[in-house]
Design a protein around this ligand. Structure first.
Ligand SMILES: Cc1cc2nc3c(=O)[nH]c(=O)nc-3n(C[C@H](O)[C@H](O)[C@H](O)COP(=O)(O)O)c2cc1C
Length: 216
């Protein structure tokens, strides 16, 4: 069975007009948020999921999915374990690429830029919105490290539950928090028939945002 965008694309009705540089008049963040919102309205699963690319100490790329928890001109936020592989990689090379893909909408957005840790206030605000189970999970998991068995993992969660009383606070673990990517390049991709897709890229050049169309 051959499955590729080339086969799927032309069958999909073209319901929106062609992506134009003018769509970025309000800045990249407004359009990015609009596309996330369209994915929400379309009922797509995990509409805020994005693939995060980092580089390891050999300069090799590593990718995994994380959830976007903030999208504005100030940057793209996600939360994780600072001692995970991605945490160590971003500490060594604080630069990332993230890609959102919404296949049924034929939309993709890729953002690249330097990365910094979020402030304690920003981390705490998001932490407080998480349910107790997720908070305990963050204490229990030494993310990216090997574990002998599923049973060992579950006993770590039970231990975390015993450590913090049911009515008490579960504080932010010292190894946990957010990262903010400050994009200096943002590309919007819109699928079109015959692989004549639309690509509009906005880049920060000498402190000003430029917008250009790229060939598909
Ligand atoms: C839909 C989805 C959402 C995820 N969201 C997050 C997230 O927000 N933060 C996170 O640390 N891991 C998240 N993960 C797990 C990561 O993909 C990854 O397995 C984990 O962070 C360890 O990555 P690392 O070993 O490269 O550091 C998510 C996975 C999926 C499939």
């Amino acid at each position: 069975m051959r499955v590729s965008y080339g086969e799927i694309g032309p069958q999909r009705p073209v319901v929106e007009p062609d992506l134009e540089p003018s769509w970025l008049t309000g800045g990249w963040a407004a359009l990015a948020r609009q596309w996330v919102e369209e994915a929400v309205e379309a009922g797509l699963p995990e509409p805020n999921a994005m693939v995060l690319g980092t580089v390891d100490s050999d300069g090799h790329p590593c990718t995994r999915t994380v959830l976007c928890k903030g999208l504005s001109e100030d940057g793209v936020l996600f939360f994780t374990n600072y001692e995970s592989d991605k945490g160590h990689q971003l500490a060594a090379v604080p630069y990332a690429s993230v890609t959102f893909t919404w296949i049924p909408l034929a939309h993709q957005v890729t953002l690249r830029g330097p990365v910094e840790r979020t402030s304690v206030d920003v981390t705490t605000e998001y932490w407080n919105s998480r349910p107790r189970g997720s908070r305990l999970g963050a204490w229990a998991s030494q993310q990216s490290r090997p574990v002998a068995s599923r049973a060992d993992l579950e006993s770590r969660l039970v231990e975390a539950g015993q450590r913090f009383s049911v009515d008490g606070e579960v504080p932010v673990p010292p190894h946990w928090g957010g990262f903010r990517i400050r994009p200096e390049s943002v590309e919007f991709w819109q699928g079109r028939p015959n692989r004549m897709h639309n690509r509009i890229r906005s880049r920060l050049v000498d402190g000003a945002w430029t917008v250009e169309r790229l060939q598909p």
